[in-house]
Design a protein around this ligand. Structure first.
Ligand code: PLP
Length: 356
């Protein structure tokens, strides 16, 4: 039993459940939390090694200006269009506090990133899931009908990998009086993105993460792009020093090495296409993905069994015990070797099923 002096909202809620993280030395094929299979740029490690003791003794620049300047060049915006965060989860927390707040309402197509309802709950706001239309098309009218203060839209979506064209999101923003947050954690693996919408729409915030695209999940760095008067308000809400000196130096080095990151994106796209073909060929229907993972329908709906059967072979994938997802497994695209291990693991399951 939780102590009685805990806020009733907190006592009554379930926290976010992250994917399993085995110890660093453990020998597993880890395809469960959408990490980049390749390492970060060598320039990131160099930037970390070059940190001066003085940079640690002092407080960091409160707004990560070194990073904002580099990111502004990359996206053809100005630094005051950018806010940095301790991972894009921090950006989402800041957004929820800035745009929704207690008694407010957050709408999102469902299923999606399971952190959204947790963030709403933490702020005593209401989470309003709206089912996707057929083939994960955006339920525009149903989202508008919620009269929410904000709509959160992961694009590509997690855990489906599906992608909504930017023009559709722009049309939604044009009809909506609240804020549209486009969570682009996976967008570098996709064909298009929504940064251009920010110029036209005051109510669009685009959030990005360095965790997947730049292989820096352990560093914790994300950012958002929006019009200046929106960023100014978000700046009031963030922790004073939400990004530490080491992460700012490392994140800046990472985005300055586009060539290194791009290579991993190209590999992921090629392997995603190979894996989708292989799995479809085996009768494991794959939902077309623009992310660095694929959501796969398990034959006979035996997803839990497949997840456990793979785990026994030292292969981790993600299983969600939720309606609409509990007949599927989500597989992160790894190195060619890891992906082959997964294909082998799945074939073993078939053999086991047939023998049983
Ligand atoms: C991984 C993920 C994030 C969080 O990214 P961090 O920068 O690691 O906090 C945000 N949104 C979605 C949809 C994600 O999958």
């Amino acid at each position: 039993m939780a102590p009685p002096f805990i806020r009733s909202t907190i006592r009554g809620m379930v926290g976010y459940t992250p994917g399993e993280q085995p110890g660093l030395g453990e020998r597993v094929v880890k395809l469960n939390t959408n990490e980049n299979p390749f390492g970060p740029s060598p320039r990131v490690l160099q930037a970390i090694r070059e940190i001066e003791p003085e940079a640690l003794r002092r407080y960091p620049n409160p707004t990560a200006d070194e990073f904002r300047e580099a990111a502004a060049k990359l996206f053809d915006v100005t630094p005051d269009n950018i806010i940095a965060g301790n991972g894009s989860d921090d950006i989402l927390t800041i957004a929820t506090r800035t745009f929704i707040g207690p008694g407010g309402r957050l709408a999102y197509p469902d299923p999606t990133y399971s952190l959204y309802p947790v963030l709403a709950k933490l702020d005593d706001a209401e989470a309003v899931p709206v089912p996707w239309e057929k083939n994960y098309a955006l339920p525009v009218d149903a989202l508008l009908a919620t009269k929410a203060h904000a709509i959160y839209l992961a694009n590509p979506n997690a855990p489906t990998g599906t992608f909504i064209p930017p023009a559709t999101i722009g049309a939604l923003a044009g009809k909506f009086s609240g804020l549209v947050l486009v969570d682009e954690a996976y967008v570098d693996f996709a064909d298009d993105h929504c940064v251009a919408l920010v110029k036209e729409h005051r109510n669009v915030v685009v959030s990005r993460s360095l965790s997947k695209a730049y292989a820096l999940a352990g560093l914790r760095f994300g950012f958002a792009i929006a019009q200046k008067d929106v960023i100014d308000e978000m700046m009031k809400v963030k922790d004073s020093y939400n990004c530490d000196a080491i992460s700012v130096a490392a994140a800046t080095a990472a985005i300055l090495d586009q060539e290194h990151a791009r290579k991993s994106w190209e590999h992921v796209r090629a392997e995603r296409s190979r894996m989708s073909d292989e799995l479809n060929g085996m009768g494991w229907d794959v939902i077309p993905s623009q992310a660095n993972f694929i959501l796969v329908n398990v034959p006979g709906g035996h997803a839990r069994e497949a997840y456990l059967g793979l785990k026994k072979q030292g292969i981790l994938v993600r299983y969600f015990d939720k309606p609409g997802l509990n007949d599927k497994i989500r597989i992160t695209i790894g190195t060619a070797q890891e992906n082959n291990a997964l294909l082998g693991g799945l074939k073993n399951l078939h053999v086991a099923e047939k023998a049983a």
